[in-house]
Design a protein around this ligand. Structure first.
Ligand code: GLC
Ligand code: CA
Length: 576
């Protein structure tokens, strides 16, 4: 089954991410669930998207909201049953869309039976399924400084946890309830590929692969450079590590090699470079359709994610432009501003006060007309914003809470400034319930939600935007429809224009005689970019007055295309 008729159907697809905890609560326990998604499938279908990416719904103790899986084969009771998931798969397909699941196989939960068995003793069938190491020579296990190396975990603290039964440490790059699997053990790979095959046989259309470029660790486990947290940076030993291409090639063969048709694969890859991404996603020898890179969403990180530094339009253009250039010939980009790990883009790089509608739509116009596959995160299509968290009690996310605890109690930073960092950068900004209506709990649930709704749901919600042609939601629908109807958006070349302009984001897409010039003012000022737009007309804009001159209002975005009958070579940047 294909959507576009081309066998690379995923190139023209638009993906919508559902974070099930916060999407819709059907059974009134305050937690989003699978039937809640089924209830709202029409919203996703009417947006015009092709693929739904579902964040994890597997059985899990939810130390990290489901990214800590204790059974890959069953659905967590808080979300429903395996029959409910079958029903969702069928309903998604009946609505002409596809469904991909989150594949979290760098680590499991410490409550997974594999780990329970592995932790018991140094001998046994699963003894080697996780990454176990002795204390440093000359130290006593369990005491400070005895860890096998100096690595810190992504969620604060050491990356090693002591297990007296084995007299060894296990590695956890995330929380201590997320032990890393040992991919060097062939039985681990076989078990994972078997599980993936079972899901494909069940009818899903592919996978989003969690931190998949961390699976291969350099066996030396060398100390890393000391970070401001006091721990060493293990990244060089496991980010796109020694055997990652081999393992992913093996996966591709074992899961997809014997199947007809094309499945959707996207690998989440923190720290991946454009050159590495080109190899991972090469049309011929690559292992994945595309990757999620992190460069643009880390531009405002100084020494780390909680240490903010301002970022300018030029920086964003340079970064995204380099990705476009490097993956122009081989490989494929994924395009995203938001997901369940990122603060809301309209608050981060837009202006969610005076220019909420304008900046949300300008940012969408710019990114989603790049070359690549767009990903829209739930709530982004209505311009959901960051949250005015008042207190540390408002947060739920383990990364956020662990950081607060470390920063205030271990590093001694003032709690008010730590709170400011949380308000700006916490993943919880993305995780408040979806805002369906202006009613109690934003129409998410009739019970008290697991996480409070954003106060602004009273005016910012799906119901208020659904039938309003000048809403962010209506704009997203038009933008997606335009993308689908315009081959130059999918296959055209990309050329950045005005690279040194600090306010304007402009680029050209070209395919044969067709072309588009996208121009957006990503600032609160009025600007007049110097572009030669002769013979072109505006075919899309986020601005009511269709002005004819080149002055752009704050956050105004325009898409130009040749007028019917006009020559093909009439637009170029005059000052670049
Ligand atoms: C990925 C997920 C994130 C999770 C982490 C550990 O980055 O997107 O939510 O916490 O991996 O699984
Ligand atoms: Ca529920």
């Amino acid at each position: 089954m294909t959507i576009s008729g081309s066998n690379r159907w995923w190139k023209s697809a638009v993906v919508y991410q559902v974070y099930p905890l916060s999407f819709a609560d059907h059974n009134a326990d305050g937690i989003g669930d699978i039937h809640g998604i089924i209830d709202h499938l029409d919203h996703i279908r009417d947006l015009g998207v092709d693929v739904i990416w579902l964040s994890p719904v597997y059985r899990s103790p939810h130390d990290d909201n489901g990214y800590d899986i204790s059974d890959y084969e069953s659905v967590d009771p808080r979300f429903g049953t395996i029959e409910d998931l079958d029903q969702l798969i069928a309903a998604v397909h009946a609505n002409g869309m596809k469904l991909i699941l989150d594949l979290v196989v760098n680590h499991t939960s410490d409550e997974h039976p594999w780990f329970q068995e592995s932790r018991r003793a140094r001998e046994g069938v699963k003894a080697n399924w996780y990454i176990w190491r002795d204390p440093r020579p000359g130290t006593v296990g369990g005491e400070t400084g005895a860890e096998p190396n100096n690595w810190g975990g992504s969620f604060s603290g050491s990356a090693w946890e002591w297990v007296p039964e084995r007299g060894q440490y296990y590695l956890h790059l995330f929380s201590k309830k997320q032990p890393d699997l040992n991919w060097d053990e062939p039985q681990v790979r076989a078990a994972i590929f078997h599980m993936m095959n079972r899901w494909i046989d069940r009818g899903i259309d592919g996978f989003r692969m969690d931190v998949i470029n961390f699976i291969s660790k350099n066996p030396a486990f060398a100390d890393g450079e000391i970070l401001p947290t006091g721990f060493g940076d293990g990244g060089p030993s496991f980010v796109s590590g020694p055997l990652v291409h081999e393992y992913l090639a093996e996966m591709k063969e074992a899961v997809f090699g014997h199947r007809d048709g094309e499945y959707f694969t996207v690998g989440e890859m923190p720290g991946v470079t454009p050159e590495q991404a080109a190899r991972f996603t090469d049309q011929e020898g690559g292992q994945l359709n595309m990757v999620f890179q992190f460069e643009h969403v880390e531009l405002d990180h100084d020494t780390g994610k909680w240490d903010y530094k301002p970022v300018g339009i030029i920086d964003i253009k340079q970064s995204l432009g380099r990705w476009q250039d490097t993956l122009a010939e081989s490989g494929w980009n994924s395009l995203y501003w938001n997901n369940h790990d990122q603060p809301r883009v309209v608050s981060r790089w837009g202006n969610d006060r005076e220019y909420w509608y304008e900046s949300a739509t300008a940012l969408a116009t710019v990114l989603y007309l790049h070359r690549g596959t767009p990903y829209i995160y739930q709530g982004e299509e209505i311009g959901m914003t960051n949250v005015a968290f008042s207190d540390v009690q408002d947060f739920r996310d383990i990364e956020t809470l662990n950081y607060y605890e470390t920063a205030v109690n271990r590093l001694g930073l003032p709690s008010e400034s730590v709170l400011d960092a949380l308000r700006r950068s916490s993943r919880d900004n993305a995780r408040t319930p979806m805002q369906w209506t202006s009613e109690t709990n934003a129409g998410f649930s009739v019970a008290t939600p697991w996480m409070p709704v954003n106060e602004n749901h009273k005016w910012l919600n799906v119901a208020a935007q659904r039938n309003d042609p000048s809403s962010i939601l209506s704009f997203y629908k038009r933008l997606i429809a335009f993308r689908h109807a315009t081959p130059v958006v999918i296959d055209g070349t990309f050329e950045m224009l005005l690279p040194d302009d600090p306010h304007v984001y402009a680029f050209r897409r070209q395919l044969g005689d067709d072309k588009l010039i996208i121009v957006a003012n990503l600032s609160d000022l009025r600007v007049s970019p110097e572009l030669d737009l002769g013979g072109l007309r505006v075919v899309m804009t986020n601005h009511a007055q269709n002005s004819t001159d080149q002055e752009l209002a704050p956050w105004e975005a325009r898409v130009y295309r040749p007028s019917p009958g006009a020559g093909s070579n009439s637009a170029s940047a005059t000052n670049s």
